[in-house]
Design a protein around this ligand. Structure first.
Ligand SMILES: [Mg+2]
Length: 181
C-alpha cells in the first residue's frame, strides 16, 4: 500500500514569517532584518525611479526554514509574494524553491466576507489535507473550509506581532501526526 501523501502546509509570509506588526524598535528574538527590493515592491512606486525606491523591510527568523522542513508536510507558498518568495525569502530562510499559489487578483473583496485567499487556496488543495498558516484568518474562513473542502484542514491564525511560535510548530506537528494515526 502506498502511504497517503503528506498534508500541504500553505504558508502565508507577512505575519507568520515576517512579523510586520512587531514594534519597530523591538525586533523579536531570533529574527534578522533584511532590506530588499522585489520587483513587485518597486512597481508599487511608479512615480519613482527604481534606485530611489526605499527598500522593503522584512524580518525573518533563519531558524524557521529548517523547522518548517522538519515538519511532515509539503510546503507551499500561499502569499502575495507568490514566486518572489522563492527569489527573495527562501534563501534567507534556508528553504528550497517551493510551489506557490498564484492568485487571479490580490485582496479581492469576497461576497461572503471570506478572506480573499480562502476560495482559491481551497480549490488549489484539491481535496488534499492541508494546514493553513495566516495572520488574517477569521472563523468564517475556518467554517467555509470545513464545509467545502473534502479533506481534513487545519486553520492556524498567527499573531503578526510575534510570527510563528514554538507552540505553532507543535500544533502543526501534532495535527499531521493525528492524521496518520
Ligand atoms: Mg499575512
Amino acid at each position: 500500500m502506498t502511504p497517503p501523501p503528506a498534508p500541504l502546509l500553505l504558508l502565508d509570509v507577512d505575519g507568520p514569517l515576517n512579523p510586520y506588526a512587531a514594534k519597530p524598535h523591538r525586533r523579536p528574538a531570533g529574527y534578522r532584518t533584511h532590506r530588499i527590493k522585489p520587483d513587485s515592491w518597486v512597481a508599487r512606486h511608479p512615480q519613482r525611479p527604481a534606485e530611489y525606491v526605499r527598500p522593503l523591510r522584512v524580518r525573518l527568523n533563519p531558524g524557521h526554514g529548517p523547522e518548517l522542513l522538519a515538519l511532515p508536510y509539503e510546503l507551499v507558498w500561499a502569499t502575495t509574494w507568490t514566486d518572489e518568495a522563492n527569489t527573495w525569502l527562501a534563501p534567507l530562510l534556508g528553504l528550497p524553491r517551493l510551489p506557490y499559489i498564484a492568485w487571479p487578483q490580490l485582496h479581492q473583496e469576497d461576497p461572503d466576507g471570506l478572506h480573499w485567499k480562502t476560495r482559491r487556496l481551497t480549490a488549489w488543495a484539491a481535496g488534499r489535507p492541508f494546514a493553513r498558516v495566516d495572520d488574517e484568518l477569521g472563523p468564517q474562513d475556518t467554517e467555509w473550509i470545513a464545509a467545502h473542502h473534502p479533506g481534513p484542514a487545519l486553520t492556524l491564525r498567527i499573531d503578526a506581532r510575534t510570527g510563528l511560535l514554538p507552540a505553532d510548530f507543535a500544533t502543526l506537528a501534532g495535527w499531521a501526526a493525528a492524521l496518520k494515526a
